[in-house]
Design a protein around this ligand. Sequence first.
Ligand code: SF4
Length: 343
Amino acid sequence: MKKRLLGMTPSELGETALSKGLPGFAGKQVARWMYVRRETSLEAMTDLSKSGREALGEEFEVGAAMPVSVVCSADGTRKYLFPVDGDPQNAVEAVMIPDDDRKTLCVSSQAGCKMGCKFCMTGRQGFHGNLSAADILSQFITIDESSELTNAVFMGMGEPLDNWENVKRAIDVLTAPWGFAWSPKRITLSTIGVIPNLRKYLDESRCHLAVSLHNPFPEERLEIMPVEKLYPMEDVLDLIRQYDFTGQRRVSFEYTMFAGFNDSPRHAEALVRLLRGLECRVNLIRFHKIPDFPYGTSSDEVMEDFKNRLQRGGLTATIRASRGEDILAACGMLSGKHRRGER
Ligand code: SF4
């Protein structure tokens, strides 16, 4: 199997080029082809000599994974399925969500997930491996809308901070002047709060943060999120409060609403107390019911009332619009079907 160039920095590409007898500056050329022109074939890199391309191609390839399927929603959302390490049975999703003049890509970082959140289809699949930086970047490079993407959210399959090294490498490519040259403000990483790597993320990047909270009471949160035992939300918040979110960088909290579990006035009041003094936004998310999970979807009236209570308590709160419902947009559903051969 050939080694993949996608995800390498220009200096790593330069060393690779030198090792195959090409000039060191070929690294910058290859980076420009891959990250600026989104080229997936060494053959097409015509400012490299033919013999140089052949020498490189003996051992290396760009290594961009192509989607094995795409499903389109009536609202314009498009869900792509990508093979992991060339294995279509081990697939992850990337979802492109259009909204006015934005096109946001919801990116996966792992095949499956170890975190075991009870309400999540990806969590139910178990863990099938970390995505390499090449697999993460493939989601940006080989979809039809590649050149039109404006934003990215690491909110697809997997816990991105459980695969920090590869996610960091991908973010570096997205934000470097020699890479996609995106502002960090265009990227949001969503986590359930893996504290050691959350600290690294906050120190080593300037991208936005979204935290999956879902219940302000530790014992209740633990019922649906085992991570609460290892990394309690209170400790996550202590860490977040050490960073500045009053300027360009933003923090938001994801709160999926489960009927009769976390949608009462008591929960709204506790949430206000928990987040008091933090410059943040709370996104209330409609739950898509899944099999063998005891709680259903909160009604529109309950969600509206919950939002109003948060706002009266001084929080910025919004109800997030559901997108792509007709194509199973809830995380992990399409790939779960794929894994079971139900396409
Ligand atoms: Fe993993 Fe996120 Fe699903 Fe939890 S919600 S199991 S962290 S993918």
